[in-house]
Design a protein around this ligand. Structure first.
Ligand code: UDP
Ligand code: MG
Length: 340
């Protein structure tokens, strides 16, 4: 391992190599703009530092249904910096990102979306923070007026909820971040199938820093984060990092038992002291039955979510399979990847 504290505090040189990972699903319209923009920007940064640095863009095609792979292949021919990674099918944003990170081997790796909603200029500050000693630099969206109201409201609700149940997330940080080689290696030692990278990385420790930027609208194309995908990600984030929902079930069960005990006393007392009162009491029967039945179903559902996730973890299926790798003139068929 590296030196303990000294390396975290002393200033580092500009990184000798930078990998940029871009998960892409149906991004044929954005990649021809995004890839050259990133290359141009970083080459400018590298030149202004007078540094010698190997730059590589890893474009991960997450089983797109449009011309994304053909676009990536064209980009690899046009730019020697571009490497294309074609996944065997659509694995979702988090797994596509992991596939790219697993492929990266540079001194620092930056992950960014294909749509340039995240400000490129922040990359310069991220590298600066890295040179100051940070192992992980989180890009944080300061202003998100460019997002639709619905997206904004759901995102704000999500971060508030996570905070309320004590899941340690960097507020308003998505997956725009810089990670050092050490941090990537640490991440790769995590083996979980239910991936919520921003939660996982927040729990890793290391010296971290934050860079803020304003979020822009997509340069082209449509968001592929449908409501269903957003709920899926939020559920993974919640269930993979917290057992509080299970505890809530237990607490609700306790309260429900206390209430039913009171009802039982009331029924007994009514039967003894006021027989007539209990006769028209259909409501007092129906209400608890429906209430408790629905509570039981809800509880079974929450437990079921955890059991389902345990099931997926236990199977230890690969989190992604790489179909092809393309860089410059080279093309290769990749066999099934290890568990990355
Ligand atoms: N993405 C992916 N696989 C998916 C869905 C999305 O790799 O199944 C990529 C997408 O191409 C983009 C990033 O994840 O680079 C974020 O997606 P998007 O911009 O659609 O989400 P939003 O910014 O609206 O949250
Ligand atoms: Mg986007």
């Amino acid at each position: 391992m590296t030196l303990p504290e000294a390396s975290a505090t002393s200033r580092r040189n500009f990184p000798a190599s930078i990998d940029i990972v871009i998960p892409s699903y149906n991004e044929a319209a954005t990649l021809p703009i995004t890839a050259p923009a990133i290359i141009e920007f970083l080459q400018m940064v590298i030149a202004s530092e007078g540094a010698s640095c190997r730059l590589r863009l890893i474009l991960v095609d997450d089983g797109s249904r449009d011309e994304t792979w053909a676009t990536i292949c064209a980009l690899t021919r046009e730019f020697p910096e571009v490497t294309g990674l074609k996944l065997a099918r659509n694995y979702g944003h988090q797994n596509a990102l992991l596939a790219g990170l697993a492929h990266a081997n540079a001194e620092v790796t930056i992950s960014i979306d294909a749509d340039l909603q995240d400000d490129l200029a922040a990359m310069g500050s991220m590298i600066e923070r890295y040179c100051e000693g940070a192992e992980i630099v989180f890009g944080v969206r300061e202003e998100r007026t460019a997002d639709r109201l619905f997206k904004r409201a759901t995102a704000i609700g999500f971060y508030r909820f996570m905070k309320a149940i004590k899941i340690d997330l960097v507020h308003n940080h998505a997956d725009y971040r810089l990670m050092s080689r050490k941090a990537i290696e640490a991440l790769m030692r995590h083996d979980e199938a239910n991936l919520f990278l921003r939660g996982l990385i927040s729990t890793m420790g290391f010296s971290t820093a934050v860079v803020t930027y304003d979020r822009a609208p997509r340069i082209a194309g449509e968001t592929s984060y449908t409501l269903r995908k957003m709920i899926g990600l939020a559920l993974t984030g919640l269930l993979a990092f917290s057992t509080i929902p299970l505890r809530l079930i237990a607490i609700t069960g306790l309260i429900a038992s206390l209430i039913s005990l009171c009802v039982a006393f009331w029924v007994i007392a009514s039967t003894i002291f006021n027989r007539a009162y209990i006769v028209p009491g259909w409501a007092s029967i129906l209400l608890p039955i429906s209430l408790f039945a629905s509570l039981q179903m809800l509880s079974a559902g929450i437990i079921g979510e955890y059991v389902g996730r345990i099931y997926l973890e236990v199977k230890r299926r690969p989190r992604f399979l790489v179909d092809r790798v393309e860089s410059g003139a080279e093309t290769s068929n990749e066999a099934a990847q290890p568990r990355a």
